[in-house]
Design a protein around this ligand. Sequence first.
Ligand code: ADP
Ligand code: MG
Ligand code: ZN
Length: 595
Amino acid sequence: MKTATITREAYSTFVEQVSSQKVLHATLKPYRIEYRLKPELGAKRFYTVKPAGNTDDIPAMLQEHQVEFSTPSDDSGTAAGLVGALLGAGALLGAAAWFTREGAGGMGSAMGGVTAGKTKARTYNPAASKAKTRITFADVAGVDEAKQELKEVVDFLQDGDKYRKIGAKMPKGVLLVGPPGTGKTLLAKAVAGEANVPFLSMAASEFVELYVGVGASRVRDLFNKAKRQAPCIVFIDELDAIGKSRGANPHGANDEREQTLNQLLTEMDGFDGNQGVILIAATNRPEILDPALKRAGRFDRQVLVDRPDKSGRLEILKVHSSSVQMGKDVNLKAIAAQTSGFAGADLANLINEAALLAARNNREAVMMTDVKEAIERVIAGLEKRSRILSPTERKTVAYHEVGHAIVGSLMPGGSQVSKISIVPRGRGALGYTMQTPEDDRFLLLEDELRGQLATLLGGRSAEEVVFGKVSSGASDDIQKATDLAERAVTQYGMSPDLGPIAFEKTQSQFLENGSTRRSMGGEVAAEIDRLVKQSIHHAHEMAIAVLKLNHELLDSMAQKLLADDVLEGEQLKDMLAKAQAPVNAQIWLATGQMV
Ligand code: ADP
Ligand code: MG
Ligand code: ZN
């Protein structure tokens, strides 16, 4: 950036230099004034910022002293408009503050009724922030397709004329869809950063508070503010909080939310996209959004922001480790391979955890062992050795985890059981079995899918085989197994009876009209249920058969685990190598039938 290399001068100095005819040229940018001294003074370049509240008429002052001046883009119209922008900017600009929280009217002021409708939008102005802190596409990794789609928006904000001249209409609204932590907020900020325009953001839940009517007036206020600052980005996070389908509330309509939503729709229809206000919203639940929001002229662009694959994770790790001292033995590729399923936020968290561990160990750089420990922490929540399980609980957890491991070790699919632990970590994770795939899998073969089902049910099956009863600890496994079995039938077409018909719509079809299942007859639905039940049932039987056959191994491994808290490495490998598969396992894996 060329502007990054020029130095800042006090505003008073600038005024003095103008008055004493030292300035050759000035460029009036919305948030700062850049200027060059005369050649005889070395043509040095500076910039300055007008203090908040100062009302000097800069163009008049420059004219009076015969200083040439220009404005970087003329599309904002008249010089008067520009001065307006300059003055407006003054209020936004604390000396270096580029985050302003406005009208933070809480309960008290809401009672007064006057300020209640003021938006609480946060404004982030990349143009006023230092080049270093500005967020750009370089800060967002592993989501190349989403970036590609958003580049057009950036281009429009930077060079709207190009589009206006040709008569192209820009989308008014872009909806970012994806799970939490994948970088939706970050992407929206990066669009503002790349285009160098203000970023007004607000969470949809902040629109709606206690008082009826407040939400609608906040929406109005937000849009008014945006129009004044155009070109700019308005970002609405968690859009589903107000955008829920109006028919989706079984307990009667929620008036406040509905009014807010209606106001949002009205505002979106009311502004001309070519004014340069672009609305970006984020949600992780597109299916519950009101269809009216997705109509043409509203959020008619949807951009999927998914969890990154292995190479994406590597890119994200590079971004986040660039500001951390990394030791020579740290292999980012290996870390990327071990973090399947992590979202960007988890990876950022991982790097930070590793850095904290390294510092705690008085190292000067992060070592691979720090990263390994950090991975475990992030996977299963923070280590909580202090939490004491009762002896019965511990024993149950140990058998449960060894059950997963033994069944898993016999199933196809190329992932290895690399660690079993019963150190309680955080909420809800009493123990875990870590399977590390060699690679990200995009294709599951039929037999691998069955193997996964059995592995998921291995924990609960071990409890049954050993204790004759089950604990509540298997609910997550059962949920996952059921999902997987259902997908096999309804999406992957793996049922020989129903054939390769997709009963479940794909994600993009589902984004279009919210319903996930294709319409089907009652018989077909019943058949799907039967097949799902059957494949779960068979997988469960297989897991039980495996564990009965390997009962001794199950006992000895569980005892060892109870003694050591963890099983890993060669020791674990050697133990699992003793596991034997039941005679009918191969046939079941191949056909799904138990014989
Ligand atoms: P979302 O809005 O999708 O829930 P955020 O944008 O708030 O996710 O992400 C939280 C943090 O996680 C970001 O500030 C960033 O540090 C990190 N992060 C998330 N996704 C990415 C990504 N794709 N590339 C780099 N960092 C990311
Ligand atoms: Mg977010
Ligand atoms: Zn389990």
